[in-house]
Design a binder for this molecule. Structure first.
Ligand SMILES: C[S@@+](CC[C@H](N)C(=O)[O-])C[C@H]1O[C@@H](n2cnc3c(N)ncnc32)[C@H](O)[C@@H]1O
Length: 327
């Protein structure tokens, strides 16, 4: 799925939009928004045009006008690919909805896929796969796990996490919502199986056969953690591990909020609570800088947790030990 940024279908409107883009690139965002409004007089139902007006107003600091453009966009954006609902929610102008904004995330990464690694690793110092992999290695050593029989890498993207997992997993699966990201990773031949799909739906369709589930920089698009963990638990074998990252916020007690970046940030205590509610044993709960965004460090939470090896019953509730962990 791609966003139709390039043409409004009207030559004059396109010319105005091109000029507006040049103004915006030169930092003249208010003038760019004015010119885009002139383009939209010719093509009032051009969704991508309203998206541009909203972003120019936002960059100019004219939030009320940005919100009014996004409301117009929301009415035109049937598949949700422009993320109008999220943009409104991130500015307290509407509810975000539940779970991943599928159309938006799919379109975002379909568009981003060819530059993803150069941008994230090359420019933004993205470190999540490296940190999660190191934490996993340390836990494997501590628990005397030599290998995992089967692992699922959720939101596998271009395979940066899979590359690191490969040497310790016999059968490695990747799931991603974006066909273009899947195509990038397929070329590398890292995974034994790749599936294009939304991760909660993909997890719901499985039985308990995974010894490891990873999600590097993925749950930040999924909203509340509890429904994701509830879908993940049945896919894990008893004793199986899960390793994932979140962006962290320090806004007091709030469980979760949507940032203007349209990525969710999770609270530290709320994350701990969600792990307990899901029934996971927390092995590691670290915080670290995950990457940079517009020059600012993005702080994150990194978790390694385990599905308990055995069901605790009145009869065997006498101390759990390390149990037979998947290996
Ligand atoms: C920031 S990238 C990270 C990719 C990879 N895990 C890495 O560390 O390089 C996030 C990936 O998660 C995918 N994604 C986000 N939400 C998803 C969902 N609900 N279901 C499946 N894939 C999702 C995106 O398409 C994208 O490829």
């Amino acid at each position: 799925m791609t966003k139709t940024f390039h043409s409004s279908g009207d030559v004059i409107a396109d010319r105005r939009a091109d000029y507006a883009r040049m103004l915006a690139e030169g930092g003249e965002h208010e003038a760019a928004a004015d010119l885009m409004m002139q383009a939209l007089e010719l093509v009032p139902d051009w969704a991508a045009g309203w998206d541009l007006v909203g972003s120019y107003h936002e960059k100019a600091g004219s939030l009320a006008q940005a919100i009014s453009a996004w409301r117009r966009l929301e009415a035109l954006d049937d598949d949700g690919i422009f993320g109008a609902t999220l943009k409104l929610a991130a500015h307290d102008a509407g509810p975000a909805g539940r779970g991943t904004a599928i159309g938006y995330v799919e379109a975002l990464f379909d568009q981003y896929a060819p530059q993803f690694e150069a941008s994230l690793v090359g420019k933004l110092d993205y470190r999540v796969p490296e940190i999660l992999d190191r934490m996993l290695d340390e836990e494997m050593t501590r628990m005397a796990i030599s290998r995992f029989a089967k692992a699922i890498d959720l939101g596998c993207g271009t395979g940066l996490m899979g590359q690191r997992l490969r040497r310790k997993v016999d059968y490695l699966e990747g799931v991603d919502i974006s066909a273009a990201m899947i195509a990038e990773t397929a070329r590398k031949g890292i995974y034994d199986r790749l599936q294009k799909g939304e991760l909660v739906a993909a997890l719901n369709a499985r039985r308990a056969d995974a010894d490891l589930v990873t999600a590097a920089d993925v749950f930040i698009y999924c909203g509340a953690l509890q429904p994701v963990l509830a879908a993940l638990m049945p896919a894990l074998r008893p004793g199986g591990l899960v390793a994932f990252s979140l962006e962290a916020h320090d806004e007091g007690e709030e469980a979760i909020f949507l940032r203007p970046s349209l990525r969710y940030a999770h609270g530290v205590q709320a994350t701990r609570d969600a792990l307990v509610v899901a029934g996971l044993d927390v092995l590691r709960f670290d915080t670290a800088v995950l990457r940079f965004d517009r020059g600012a460090p993005i702080n994150g939470i990194l978790v390694v947790a385990r599905k308990p090896p055995v069901e605790l019953t009145a009869a065997n509730d006498g101390g759990e030990g390390d149990g037979d962990v998947a290996a």
